[in-house]
Design a protein around this ligand. Structure first.
Ligand SMILES: Cc1cc2nc3c(=O)[nH]c(=O)nc-3n(C[C@H](O)[C@H](O)[C@H](O)COP(=O)(O)OP(=O)(O)OC[C@H]3O[C@@H](n4cnc5c(N)ncnc54)[C@H](O)[C@@H]3O)c2cc1C
Length: 413
């Protein structure tokens, strides 16, 4: 605890805090530190929760080096303040002791489709304001990627069970195992009296390589594997194709669960990997091997066939990568896990009549309004794969818009 206090004391409490500017939800960091140092932990927790209901999660999984920590003024010459460590403690305390506020129901019903970070944020905000919220999800529990993507060793699932208790306390009705767009559409929901519908179904469809071998029995997509790694027998050698955070999570999970030799096949160089530096360092500590400049060309029964990739930098600084088909090599693999990005599920187009982009993402204005009246959207289904805190920030904006819509639309509601 004293460590947390000294971290709070190190903060300069800048008048215009750049840490808050670097945070997608502008967390009021100096105020939280002040309350914490004054012994007002509940008030500090409340301030955090009301600004970002998922602060207990984002304090753990945010890319802090890019956000608050990366913007701390002390980091220019020395050690930046690590606010998230204090935030984690305060938010954890707040969740454990959460008491719902007195809520006056306003008689308005809103449907939230998708129980990931965007959906949980929306449900908490609207339920606290008196809306009757029904939260639908295709899976059996809340959390979205927090539960079925990010591994337990990075984010304990017990936190999500605490959020379920909070949603229950706020009287949010949860409909698990309900995939909207199959037998329920937005029109059915409007007929049942929902005044607004919020779509936040994420990007749960893995991208494919489009190569021979992708349907073989030992080949898996990372986001499918991460849903239930206990169901997979990977064997001794595992090759992971991809260089982002999802590839790293799959690699670190495989090395823990299967005691396998795990090798990441990265198209570009070490310096070009899109994964967060800190995650990459942890993967190397865990024993994950990296094979850079490797382009997969085919997956066979027990090997991955690759060719070397050459990186060249032109005089004007332009970087190009070229496959050298003369430099072929094979990587032995009992299993192959593909982690080359995600897109929206096919059912998005069947949910209602909202317009989608060429990538199949929902098209919205800056406040999350889709082209379909009364239908709003935010999170990865709009932006493509991003981060938890960005999904929260967008959901907050959409919540304000939904409130405005419901109050100006009383005649039709
Ligand atoms: C493996 C992995 C690791 C990650 N690690 C991090 C990290 O460390 N830090 C970070 O900030 N971000 C991380 N991210 C990204 C982050 O998880 C996402 O940006 C965030 O979860 C997006 O939130 P969302 O609410 O938009 O969607 P999601 O979390 O994807 O939730 C969407 C929900 O909608 C449900 N759904 C889908 N279709 C339907 C339908 N038709 N009907 C009903 N329900 C439906 C899904 O079951 C899911 O529960 C990671 C992502 C992955 C895949």
């Amino acid at each position: 605890m004293s460590e947390l206090k000294s971290e709070a004391q190190r903060c300069l409490k800048c008048k215009i805090p750049s840490c808050a500017k670097g945070c997608p939800v502008q967390t009021p960091i100096p105020q939280v530190f002040n309350l914490f140092l004054e012994g007002k932990i509940r008030e500090a927790g409340e301030l955090l929760f009301n600004n970002n209901p998922l602060s207990a999660v984002t304090s753990i999984v945010c890319p802090h080096d890019r956000n608050c920590k990366g913007h701390c003024i002390l980091g220019k010459k020395g050690q930046p303040v690590e606010f998230y460590k204090v935030e984690k403690y305060i938010s954890g305390f707040y969740l454990e002791t959460y008491q719902p506020p007195a809520i006056q129901k306003n008689g308005k019903k809103v449907a939230v489709v998708g129980a990931g970070p965007a959906g949980i944020t929306m449900s908490i905000i609207l339920a606290q304001k008196g809306y009757s919220v029904t939260l639908f999800d295709a899976m059996d529990s809340i959390g979205g990627t927090l539960r079925y993507g990010i591994p337990e060793f990075r984010l304990p699932k017990s936190i999500l069970d605490q959020y379920k208790k909070i949603l229950d306390a706020l009287d949010v009705k949860f409909r698990p195992n309900t995939r909207i767009g199959t037998n329920i559409q937005t029109e059915d929901m409007f007929l049942d009296g929902y005044e607004a519908i919020f779509l936040c179904t994420g990007t749960g469809r893995p991208n494919r390589l489009g190569l021979l071998g992708e349907t073989l029995g030992h080949v898996h997509f990372a986001i499918d594997y991460l849903k239930s790694p206990e169901g997979y027998r990977l064997g001794k050698k595992v090759a992971i194709v991809g260089a982002g955070n999802v590839a790293i999570d799959a690699a670190r999970t495989a090395i823990r669960r299967s005691h396998s030799e795990v090798t990441i096949l990265n198209y570009k160089g070490a310096e070009d990997m899109t994964a967060d530096k800190s995650e990459l360092e942890m993967a190397i500590i865990d024993g994950v091997k990296m094979l850079h400049h490797s382009q997969v060309v085919r997956i066979a029964d027990d090997t991955v066939k690759c060719v070397k990739v050459e990186k060249s930098i032109a005089k004007n600084g332009a970087v190009t990568f070229t496959e050298d088909y003369q430099a072929a090599f094979e990587v032995p693999a009992d299993s192959v896990i593909i982690a080359i990005g995600q897109g929206p599920g096919a059912d998005v187009a069947n949910v209602g009549s909202a317009s989608v982009t060429q990538r199949g993402l929902l098209q919205v204005d800056e406040f999350g309004q889709t082209s379909q009246k009364g239908v709003f959207a935010a999170g990865d289904i709009v932006t493509g794969p991003k981060t938890v805190i960005e999904a929260v920030a967008f959901a907050k904006k959409a919540a304000a818009k939904i409130e405005e819509y419901c109050s100006s639309n009383t005649a039709q509601c």
